[in-house]
Design a protein around this ligand. Structure first.
Ligand code: ATP
Length: 366
């Protein structure tokens, strides 16, 4: 039964008893005949952090702009904390949404002090100075209000931008590729700092990124987008263990997709592969009954394999990362496998080796 709605003075609809967080339903958007969003559904629970992960051009920024009210979808609804902000006959403009949007460069005004930057988005009334001080203290920069942005480190500047975003007490925070302008070493450090702040603040947050590590580290939930759709939304661990398609499997982390033949016995299934017999989780949705079993691709993560010296496979490449080593190995039948072990290289390039599967039950794609 549809929820009853009330029209509020600013035109938004309040659904009585509406839950907190973000609900996006069936949102579509085209530009000049080209479909950019195609029936997007998304859910962010109140106080949680959702990472919107997808390749360049899949529509992430457009979706973020629709949440902020900077873009109007052709179809679909956006409900935040029980208020319908966008929907048939409803459109609440950005300034009435209580949403803060932070862009890639976190740009501060160079001619304004840190405190004036933070005050910029606040209205004239109320305890303006008090809110600026509180926001700066929250991000650990309480003593730097009088400084100019150019005298701060890159990480401090981002914290000022975060203080500016949270000073108006938004109900949701939208961050568009927030760390993409930082070099690798600073990026990890700033990301950790911002992550800690976001977790402490407990504001519902959507972060757009095309970086899987970033999405996994930051997101309570990750929504994977491809070609204008959310193809899967889950916790990082849920996504990694149960990718909905081979594409998602390779997009969220390193994956081997090994050819195999699925054989089922009652409620058990296993795949016969060049890595040996691999147990499957449940009976996969692959057509069965073919002689010798149904052909499928078996998901094998690199850390689920081990290399041992001697055998019919050959080490083609070794990538040493310090904390672990990746071996690229060609099996006797030509199958190429990536293997990740948490130790220094134990064999050499060109060595003859064996590869064993040491993981638990996995999944198969028909
Ligand atoms: P990236 O990671 O590269 O920023 P994205 O996933 O955020 O990509 P969007 O910026 O949402 O993708 O763009 C999706 C598609 O929509 C692109 O092909 C883009 O050119 C197109 N697009 C976005 N905004 C407009 C606009 N205002 N007019 C026309 N086309 C647009």
């Amino acid at each position: 039964m549809p929820n009853t709605v009330e029209v509020t003075p600013d035109g938004a609809h309040d659904a009585p008893g509406g839950d907190s967080g973000v609900r996006v339903r069936a949102v579509s958007k085209s530009f000049g005949g080209a479909t950019v969003l195609d029936g997007v559904d998304l859910r962010v629970e109140g106080g949680q952090l959702l990472a919107l992960l997808g390749p360049s051009g899949c529509g992430k920024t457009t979706l973020l702009r629709i949440l902020a009210g900077l873009e109007v979808p052709d179809e679909g609804t956006v409900v935040i904390d029980g208020r319908t902000l966008t929907g048939p006959g409803t459109y609440v403009p950005p300034e009435r949404r209580r949403i803060s949007l932070v862009f890639q460069d976190w740009a501060l005004f160079p001619h304004l002090s840190v405190a004036d930057n933070v005050a910029y988005g606040l209205g004239r009334g109320g305890d303006r100075a008090g809110r600026v001080t509180a926001a700066l203290e929250l991000v650990g920069l309480g003593s730097l209000g009088d400084r100019m942005p150019s005298t701060l480190s890159g990480g401090q500047q981002q914290r000022v931008a975060l203080a500016r975003a949270i000073a108006p007490e938004p109900t949701i925070l939208l961050l568009d590729e927030p760390f993409s302008n930082l070099d690798t070493s600073l990026r990890t450090q700033v990301r950790s700092e911002v992550h800690e702040l976001l977790v402490t603040l407990g504001i519902t947050t959507v972060i757009v990124t095309h970086d899987q590590d970033e999405a996994f580290v930051l997101g309570d939930q990750v929504a994977v987008m491809a070609e204008g759709r959310v193809v899967q939304q889950d916790t990082p661990a849920g996504l990694y263990a149960n990718p909905a398609s081979p594409w998602v499997a390779t997009f969220v982390g390193d994956a081997n997709l090994v050819d195999g033949e699925v054989r089922t016995t009652g409620s058990d299934a296993e795949a016969h592969t060049a890595l040996g017999v691999i147990p499957l989780r449940g009976v996969p949705a692959v057509p069965d009954g073919a002689p010798g079993g149904a052909a499928a691709q078996i998901l094998v993560r690199p850390e689920e394999c081990r290399v041992t010296p001697g055998g019919t496979a050959r080490v083609e490449l070794i990538e040493y990362y310090g904390h672990d080593t990746v071996y690229v190995v060609d099996l006797a039948d030509g199958t190429r496998i990536r293997i990740r072990e948490g130790s220094a290289p134990a064999v050499h390039r060109g060595d003859a080796v064996s590869v064993g599967f040491v993981g638990g039950p996995t999944i198969a794609y028909g």
